[in-house]
Design a protein around this ligand. Structure first.
Ligand code: SF4
Length: 701
């Protein structure tokens, strides 16, 4: 166990993918003072409401402090034996694909690394997926198609330097507030900068937008296909860039010809004049950054949306240069770190591909792994379906709450209730998933954990502990490593987070340094003895790097496909769904001051004061037609389930749609678990569920 730390500790915020630096100072009275780190390049001292309230969320009330087996207190020894023997038995009887891990973008990179190594290298299955599947899997798939690897090309500074910033499916003001603050400050200093918001709702981000395109749900592929067509028609194609650095332009352009402005208007619900105005803005300005987030990713056509956006940047050569590029901004604090170690079911490790025999051989050799997984594992929705059908008989859920957050959440709940072995490791003693745990393992929380996270601009920062591990809590990486040892595997003798990171960094360079491949996530320049003092740094970091500065990919026009060229993708816009008579479109998302299922932010009275309970946001005319009055209780029903919340009328909402936040659960509001209503359809390429477009009916409770 660690001793409490005195003095100020430099660490990183626990919440979103902005990855703000935090200075935490434990006080004599047990409180912890939190301020933004003025030297951190993500935030330069700024924090949002959630980050500033971190100190209010670290008390030990409702913490899981001891292991439990079958609902009773147990020793670590008993609990770990139950997990190790239970998983080993299922593997012996039904094979490695009968077990699974479902982990979290809240994991530190070190946690992810060890869990991934255990499943893919030693158990021998690809069945480790993560709640990041719900966050940015479509961006990963889109990047791999276009660039040949999952790389975010740009930096936050590009947003400040752009002449046009397009926010697509991103309420940056509430979901990535410090990046929004930086953008707002840049626009205030340089009013000629234009900002376009593309979102069905007029969100808080509209405050700084010069143009808001209130697009119908999932109209983005049509809008950006039409933009590619307009770029070509307007003579704005960067012919030299396209010829020298890309493939597939002709096919993509041919596909885009299906989207003249009139067709785009029909597919998006936008007016032709506003579509033309947007296209003119894009073609007239060289420095364009297109920021996209969950409104793009959480869609049954999410990967095509990502590629439709990237196509426009490739066509104009606006990538790899200051102030321009497509920019996927991730939801979670370490979705990016998870991608780097291969924590998704369809990845391997260190940006290598599970389907590639050379990559498998290399990782297997480095790990000395007896049983490297040979094929991708089950992605989140399919994984819980496999639990339901009994194909997966043992699941370990770590740092996430799928009974609240998965679509069709009641079905996930029923699947877990019938699963022979459910292990849950978490920091809290109560959430909606824990009641299904045969074994509950107490994990270390923010402030106690030691490791690294990577933010949306590929910047690796340290999370450092400043509190002792409470009760019997242990870091996630240590729990997975101990289970690996008890299952009889070598290669899990880590004694601290630095050793885990060192192995991760060495794997990224193994037989690889000096090659083009090594640019993707290589960390050989980070020596293990620098770990404690590690300053925020963007990867790649080569051993030969004398100076570690800001890095932008593709400045040389070389991409990661074997021929060095980027790929246009001929995307297909989904057919616009027309709601049946009386049906509404359910859109889900976040609010400013809560995070995920509120297990942390729900502890702060200050954060809960912003919005105290879940709500259904409707256009006032729709409310009137339904005979609802403000604050009436309304039941939202789909083919999958129902939720009952208060209604809120605003003109921010378009007619025919209803927005409900995702955060509230059985623990916080028994009837507001909205993901029980959301349909489990997903993008066939990325496996990411479409969480923002479910047909529902509404009725007064
Ligand atoms: Fe934390 Fe994100 Fe807020 Fe920064 S913007 S303080 S990382 S929640």
């Amino acid at each position: 166990n660690m001793k409490p730390t005195t003095g100020t500790i430099r660490t990183t915020c626990a919440y979103c993918g902005v990855g703000c630096g935090v200075l935490a100072t434990p006080e004599a009275d047990g409180n912890v003072s939190i301020v933004g780190d003025p030297e951190h390049p993500a935030n330069f001292g700024r924090l949002c409401s959630k980050g500033s309230a971190l100190g209010e969320t670290i008390g030990l009330e409702d913490r899981l402090l001891s292991p439990r087996v079958d609902g009773r207190l147990a020793s670590w020894d008993e609990a770990l034996e139950r997990v190790a023997s239970g998983f080993s038995r299922v593997i012996a009887e039904d094979g490695p694909d009968a077990v699974a891990f479902y982990v979290s973008g809240q994991f530190l990179t070190e946690d992810y690394y060890v869990a991934n190594k255990l499943m893919k290298g030693f158990i021998g299955s690809g069945n480790i997926d993560t709640n990041s599947r719900l966050c940015m899997a479509s961006s990963v798939a889109g990047h791999r198609r276009a660039f040949g690897a999952d790389t975010v090309p740009g930096t936050y500074r590009d947003l400040e330097e752009a002449d046009l910033v397009i926010l697509v499916g991103s309420n940056l003001a509430w979901c990535h507030p410090v990046t929004y603050q930086r953008l707002a400050a840049a626009k205030a200093a340089r009013p000629a900068m234009k900002i376009v918001l593309i979102d069905p709702r007029r969100t808080a981000s509209a405050e700084i937008a010069d143009m808001h395109l209130a697009i119908e749900p999932d109209g983005d592929t049509a809008l950006f296909s039409g933009l590619l067509y307009a770029i070509a028609e307007g003579g704005a194609v960067h012919c030299d860039f396209v010829a020298r650095h890309t493939e597939g332009f002709v096919d993509a352009l041919r596909a885009s010809r299906a989207f003249p402005v009139a067709k785009v208007a029909a597919a998006t619900g936008l007016g032709e004049a506003e579509i033309r105005a947007f296209y003119d803005l894009f073609t007239a300005r060289e420095k364009v950054v297109t920021v996209y987030s969950q409104g793009v990713n959480q869609s049954v056509g999410g990967t095509d949306k990502v590629n439709a956006i990237i196509n426009c940047h490739l066509a104009t050569g606006r990538i790899g240069r200051p102030g321009m590029g497509p920019f996927s901004i991730t939801g979670q604090p370490n979705a990016m770190g998870g991608r780097e170690v291969g924590g998704l079911a369809n990845q391997l490790a260190a940006h290598m591909a599970i389907e590639n025999p050379h990559d498998r051989a290399l990782v297997g050799e480095f790990w000395q792994a007896p049983n490297i997984a040979r094929k991708p594992g089950l992605k989140a929705v399919d994984l819980f379906r496999a639990v339901e059908t009994g194909k997966v008989k043992a699941i370990w859920i770590a740092g996430t709450n799928p009974v609240v957050s998965m679509p069709d959440a009641d079905r996930v709940k029923a699947a877990l209730a019938a699963c022979p072995l459910v292990v849950v490791s978490d920091v809290v003693s109560r959430n909606d998933t824990l009641p299904f745990a045969h074994v509950a393992l107490p994990a270390a929380a923010w402030g106690e954990k030691d490791g690294t996270v990577t933010n949306s601009e590929r910047r690796i920062s340290r999370q450092r502990p400043f509190l002792p591990l409470p009760g019997e809590a242990r870091p996630d990486w240590a729990i997975f490593a101990e289970v690996g040892r008890r299952m009889g595997f070598s290669g899990f003798d880590f004694t601290n987070a630095a050793e885990v990171f060192d192995e991760h960094a060495r794997l990224s360079a193994y037989r690889n340094e000096g090659s083009r491949d090594f640019d993707i996530g290589g960390l050989a320049g980070l020596a293990s003895d620098d770990y404690d003092a590690l300053d925020p740094v963007q990867w790649p970091v080569k051993a030969s790097d004398n100076e570690i500065g800001e890095k932008r990919f593709f400045a040389d026009g070389r991409f990661y496909h074997p021929d060095g060229r980027a790929r246009f993708v001929a995307v297909r816009a989904p057919v616009r769904e027309t709601a049946a008579n009386g049906e509404f479109v359910l859109n889900t998302g976040r609010v400013r001051d809560h995070w995920h299922t509120m297990t942390r932010t729900g502890r702060s009275a200050r954060l809960s004061a912003h919005i105290a309970e879940p709500f259904a946001e409707l256009h006032p005319e729709d409310g009137k037609q339904l005979g609802l009055k403000p604050a009436d209780l309304v039941t939202i029903r789909s083919a999958h389930g129902s939720a009952t919340v208060r209604c809120l009328f605003t003109k921010r909402q378009m007619r025919g749609s209803v927005f409900v936040p995702i955060h509230w659960s059985g623990e916080f509001a028994g009837t507001g678990r909205i993901d029980a209503v959301v349909r489990p359809s997903f993008d066939p390429i990325s496996g990411q569920p479409g969480l923002k477009n479910t047909p529902v009916t509404l009725s007064r409770f």
